[in-house]
Design a protein around this ligand. Structure first.
Ligand code: NAP
Ligand code: ZN
Ligand code: ZN
Length: 347
């Protein structure tokens, strides 16, 4: 066991504050990572404030983790001391169920071990995330990060990157496809970059007129202001695929009207309350409303390699860990361009 410094929430209403945790001794299949940077995902905020229910405290959030390997277990094959490495939303799964065998560990039928607000597969040992100085993880759940990528800006790929890459791949996004991305935050800006790199014609659908120029710089070809109802008439029936990243309740029916016949809308955002969907929004046009949850470990590596090949990283604001509570407030005010990343050497 080794002590690690961390930032933790003690309850849904307390701010994140300095805290100490124990990390397990490095086992034969484990790597130890000195965490250099950790991104702030809106899911961190949802869970810290117990907006989804069942949150466990003290909670050390953070699942966009990058750093350097400082120790490896005797049987580790894929990593050596000094390598760059990443850890995303999962740290283990059962590895034998049908989903795990299909490399969809995020859908592990026994329930995977999330990087925080969860337990290891023993269902007893709590997991603590990346707002900390180090982490010990099985190499099977550790990703390789190319030195070609700026390390701090690569951190958000571990959640925002894979969460948007996976549905774009699953729905076979290719040159000329019309893709709408809803919500220009951490996930949304990665969806724009990745969809554009796949050759899609990308439209940013945003409530923030002030983000139009940025959307175009990120790679969007068109912009639709969703606070203006005429946008929904102008763009009706256009899109092959819509990637919805909004974190707050909103009317899915309106966006379904923007799909072409048999087009699909993928929910990525997880608003705390449910939203009604009218049958007629789907049946006229055999439309598909679906969702997606991060991506498996193999696909996460594929995404990191794709980003290294295409020079894709996140647009970040690097902040000291002491500013994390302020960053949460700014995220709620839509004031993030486009991902906060914590510099862990400030811990
Ligand atoms: P974020 O950076 O806060 O971005 C969310 C964006 O949604 C905002 O920038 C804003 O874009 C839009 N938005 C916010 N409030 C809105 C409202 N009331 N009405 C309409 N639009 C609104 O958050 P994020 O980190 O990208 O995460 C987005 C959501 O995805 C969260 O719910 C998070 O928990 C979830 N998530 C899911 C997965 C998964 O695997 N499915 C993985 C990671 C995160 P505009 O200003 O452009 O309108
Ligand atoms: Zn996340
Ligand atoms: Zn499993």
């Amino acid at each position: 066991m080794a002590t690690a410094k961390a930032y933790a929430a003690a309850s849904p209403t307390s701010p994140l504050a300095p805290h100490q945790i124990e990390r397990r001794a490095v086992g034969p299949h484990d790597v130890q990572i000195e965490i250099a940077y950790c991104g702030i995902c809106h899911s961190d905020l949802h869970q810290v404030r117990d907006e989804w229910g069942g949150s466990k405290y003290p909670m050390v959030p953070g699942h966009e983790i990058v750093g350097k390997i400082t120790a490896v277990g005797a049987h580790v094959k894929g990593f050596k001391v000094g390598d760059l490495a990443g850890v995303g939303c999962m740290v283990d799964s059962c590895r034998t169920c049908p989903s795990c065998q299909r490399k969809l560990e995020q859908f592990c039928e026994r329930g995977c071990a999330w990087s925080y607000n969860s337990t290891e597969m023993d269902r007893v040992t709590p997991t603590y995330g990346g707002y900390s100085s180090s982490i010990v993880v099985d190499e099977a759940f550790t990703l390789k990060v190319s030195p070609k990528l700026a390390l701090a800006a690569a951190a958000p790929l571990l959640c925002a990157g894979i969460t948007t890459y996976s549905p774009l791949r699953h729905w076979n996004t290719k040159k000329g496809d019309k893709v709408g991305v809803v919500g220009l935050g951490g996930l949304g800006h990665m969806a724009v970059k990745i969809a554009a790199a796949m050759g899609a014609e990308v439209t940013m659908l945003s409530t923030s007129k002030s983000k139009e120029a940025d959307a175009r710089k990120l790679g969007a070809h068109h912009f639709g202001l969703t606070s203006d109802d005429t946008t929904f008439k102008r763009l009706a029936g256009q899109f092959d695929l819509i990637i919805d990243t909004i974190s707050a309740p909103h009317d899915y029916n309106k966006y379904l009207g923007l799909l072409r016949v048999e087009g699909a809308m993928v929910l990525l955002g997880v608003p705390p309350e449910p939203t009604p969907v009218a049958a007629h929004a789907l049946i006229g046009g055999r439309k598909i409303l679906t969702g997606s949850l991060i991506g498996g470990i193999q696909e996460t590596q594929e995404m990191l390699d794709f980003c290294a090949e295409h020079g894709i990283v996140s647009d970040i604001e690097l902040i000291p860990v002491q500013q994390v509570n302020e960053a949460y407030e700014r995220m709620l005010k839509n004031d993030v361009r486009y991902r906060f990343v914590l510099d862990m050497k400030t811990l």
